[in-house]
Design a protein around this ligand. Structure first.
Ligand code: HAM
Length: 445
């Protein structure tokens, strides 16, 4: 039997699970600050939900098969089609704008590379029913706050923001025909990784003219609002197409997040369903893959359920984020699992340990006790290894006096405490469960 997980799949040993739990609790905290409600859907969906809209790249990576009932099904490679399906099913009943988030495991048969696995967890936040640029800014701000909450700053992470409406007028204004726009978007999406020569060849193979190819490359190289505004001023419809991007960037500025935002037309996103603003979050040195990507997809709900509902959102993966947190030294220590460790000297002490352990657990303390009455040193060694702050040493002589020994493990100091009062003493000493979860959520606290 293999002892390794499948390639691209992860085992989460407690240490790795602690980081995952920390990431999830931080994401949930930020989403709730924005008034988002959590939802989830099934990990297995009908294949056609994804073939309809996800785009070529994701289609090639699907885990798809026929189930025992003869249905064509797929493990979800992204959350957006499921969200669109669920909202479409209740579109009239839901209060708009819908503000939902999910933390879900997704599956893509990716080529093995750093930052890309065959399963990952993704934090999705989406707003449905809001067409305007303030909604765009809200979603980008939420994505930024979701990384800022881990201690990352504008020196670590930037949002690169673009808009397909802007790309469309600039490309068409520069001679790219409407029926080659999809090919042009694919080229822009691959440009950074493939380089201009490969992209010229790819577009040439698709039958694009030389001047249209140069338009694609020139447009993708525009960065900074001034350069984009300048280019827009020379194409028909440029000003109208640029207005939402401008307003979204202004709104982010008003929120105080301006230093995190770069207008960058090399961002277009690989998924087919985007119709407006698109963005990705990257580390500043660009040593890692994208942390997060998203945008506006105003037609998807229509094609899934026949509802005319504008929508936008993002997905943020746990893989690249974890790599960056490790790189920046922002991973908190694994929290101890136990507050109090109970030790006993003789078999006769065991019932007293069990009684006290259960009472302490009832009162919210995290307790472990020694299953075997081995030497005290060995039992205390386990207490230290578990990260317990206190040990209770129960022995026949102390018990005869109605006492147990309360030991502070950090410095070894100890004092006798009446058996009847030891639970009260410990409950007062150890942090409450609520305080504990808050400390897990805040590194360095
Ligand atoms: P996406 O760009 O495919 O977008 O994925 C979003 C993020 O998920 C990426 O930036 C990356 O951090 C992470 N990710 C994607 N694939 C992998 C992988 N194989 N291994 C590790 N991490 C990965 C979407 O999925 C859209 N549905 C997002 C969205 C939501 N757009 C609107 N709403």
């Amino acid at each position: 039997m293999p002892t390794q997980a499948l390639p691209g799949f992860r085992d989460f040993y407690p240490e790795q699970l602690a980081l995952r739990a920390y990431i999830f609790s931080t994401w949930r905290r930020v989403a709730s600050r924005y008034g988002f409600e959590e939802f989830d859907g099934p990990p297995l969906e009908s294949l056609e939900l994804f073939t309809a809209k996800s785009g070529e790249e994701i289609m090639a990576q699907l885990y798809a098969f026929e189930d025992k009932g003869g249905r064509r099904v797929a493990l979800r490679p992204e959350m957006t089609p499921t969200l669109a399906r669920m909202v479409a099913a209740r579109a009239t009943a839901l209060k708009k704008p819908v503000r939902w988030f999910a933390i879900s495991q997704l599956f893509r048969y990716e080529r093995q590379q750093r930052g890309r696995l065959r399963e990952h967890f993704q934090f999705n936040c989406d707003v449905l029913g809001e067409p305007g640029p303030v909604g765009d800014a809200e979603i980008i701000a939420l994505a930024l706050d979701a990384v800022r909450a881990f201690g990352l700053t504008a020196h670590d992470v930037q949002a690169r923001v673009s808009d397909r409406r802007v790309l469309e007028v600039l490309l068409q204004g520069g001679g790219v025909p409407a029926d080659q726009l999809a090919v042009a978007y694919q080229a822009v999406d691959k440009l950074e990784r493939a380089g201009p020569d490969k992209i010229r060849g790819m577009l040439d193979d698709q039958g694009m003219t030389g001047s249209a190819i140069e338009t694609v490359l020139r447009t993708a190289s525009l960065s900074g609002w001034e350069a984009v505004e300048d280019a827009l001023s020379s194409v028909p419809g440029g000003q109208t197409a640029g207005a939402p991007l401008r307003q979204a960037v202004d709104a982010l500025q008003a929120m105080g997040l301006g230093t995190y935002v770069d207008v960058d037309l090399s961002i277009v996103r690989g998924l087919d369903y985007y119709t407006g603003i698109v963005f990705e979050l990257f580390d500043v040195g660009r040593r890692f893959r994208a942390i997060c990507g998203g945008g506006r997809y105003d037609d998807l709900l229509n094609s899934v359920g026949g509802n005319d509902l504008p929508a936008l959102g993002f997905g943020m993966g746990d893989v690249v984020l974890s790599e960056i947190l490790k790189d920046r030294g922002l991973v908190p220590d694994v929290p101890a699992a136990v507050d109090v460790f109970l030790t006993g000297a003789t078999e006769g002490d065991l019932p007293h340990m069990l009684h006290l352990a259960h009472e302490l657990r009832e009162r919210g303390c995290r307790v472990e006790y020694s299953f075997r009455m081995t030497g005290l040193g060995k039992q205390l060694g386990l207490a230290h290894a578990r990260g317990a702050k206190y040990a209770i040493v129960i022995g026949p002589d102390d018990r005869a006096r109605g006492e147990v020994m309360l030991k502070r493990l950090a410095d070894g100091t100890q004092q006798p405490v009446p058996i009847d009062g030891v639970a009260d003493a410990l409950v007062a000493l150890v942090p409450s469960p609520a305080a504990l979860s808050a400390s897990v959520a805040a590194p360095g606290s």
